[in-house]
Design a protein around this ligand. Structure first.
Ligand SMILES: Nc1ncnc2c1ncn2[C@@H]1O[C@H](COP(=O)(O)OP(=O)(O)OP(=O)(O)O)[C@@H](O)[C@H]1O
Ligand SMILES: [Mg+2]
Length: 273
């Protein structure tokens, strides 16, 4: 069997103030897999992503990455820490926290400059990102003077510029308009084609359906309520209702679900390309 990228076993996480962030979560992510964490607000999506990112550590249970248990000491320094940080990239839900350089250009160049690249290669890589993310027009602007959607794109560019093989994306489409959401879905498709491993959190059923190989549903009790292939999960109205991802009388007109007054659920089949 191929060694999983992540293996979480019975993970509990309590915040320092005693609040429960995540309970009894077990999860395996295989190389090249695209896993979507689907859950209502406060269900524990960010908590789980921060644990996978080695930014905090379980109160109980364990998280392994590439076969090594993530602990404070394993990630403090040394070869594993360096390799882990290079292989795993994180897009934070709070994109602002990731941006600190004077211009968008410098922001994107920051990561590549830490690598062993020539000046020309750094410039090439930044230009490539500016093109890929359609950010050329704002390259000389301050990242803080951008719209929410533009900031999200800059943060993605920062991440992709160092080419991590594993991407942990916390609500990548939250600040995006429909056109940018579509664009993100295509980008995710491209990254999957490159063999990247993706773990993406969202409460957007549409995004989950489009980019996931597997959906992991978090309930409001901070536990994993279900996991499975996207269509099986998205057809399970009872499940979605129980975790507050849909409302009994809601009409979701984005093409994923239409919930009619008699709780009739239709899942539209999309052409998957
Ligand atoms: N710093 C913190 N201190 C105390 N409790 C926290 C902290 N951060 C999160 N929590 C709690 O942990 C639980 C899970 O939060 P988390 O941020 O992981 O949810 P989420 O699914 O990412 O929500 P959202 O969709 O709003 O981003 C919530 O009950 C939340 O109140
Ligand atoms: Mg969150």
């Amino acid at each position: 069997m191929v060694r999983p990228v992540f293996r979480a076993e019975s993970v509990f996480y309590r915040y320092p103030d005693g609040r429960l962030g995540l309970a009894e979560a077990s999860l395996t992510v295989a190389p090249g897999e695209s896993v979507v964490l689907l859950g209502a607000h406060a269900s524990g999506k960010s908590t789980l992503l921060h644990l996978l990112a080695g930014l905090m550590f379980p109160s109980e249970g364990s998280v392994e990455a590439f076969g090594t248990v993530l602990t404070e000491s394993a990630l403090r320094d040394g070869e594993f820490a360096r390799a882990f940080r290079q292989r795993v990239g994180v897009l934070f839900q709070d994109t602002d926290a990731m941006l600190f350089n004077a211009t968008v250009y410098d922001e994107i160049a920051f990561g590549p400059l830490q690598l062993d690249l020539s000046e020309l290669d750094v410039r090439r890589r930044v230009d490539e990102m500016l093109k890929l993310l359609e950010l050329r027009a704002v390259a000389q602007q301050s990242p803080h003077a951008l719209s929410g959607g533009e900031k999200k794109k800059v943060a993605l560019a920062v991440l992709l510029a160092v080419s991590p093989e594993v991407l942990l994306l916390d609500e990548p489409t939250a600040a995006l308009d429909p056109r940018l959401q579509r664009w993100f879905v295509e980008l995710a498709e491209e990254l999957r084609g490159m063999g990247k491993t993706l773990v993406t959190s969202t409460h957007d059923l549409h995004v989950a359906e489009e980019i996931a190989d597997r959906v992991v549903v978090l309930g409001e009790d901070h536990r994993i309520a279900a996991e499975g292939p996207p269509l099986a999960i998205l057809r399970d109205l009872e499940l979605l209702l129980s975790v507050n991802l849909v409302h009994e009388h809601a009409h979701i007109h984005d093409g994923v679900l239409h919930i009619h007054p008699h709780s009739h659920l239709h899942v539209h089949e999309h052409d998957h390309h």
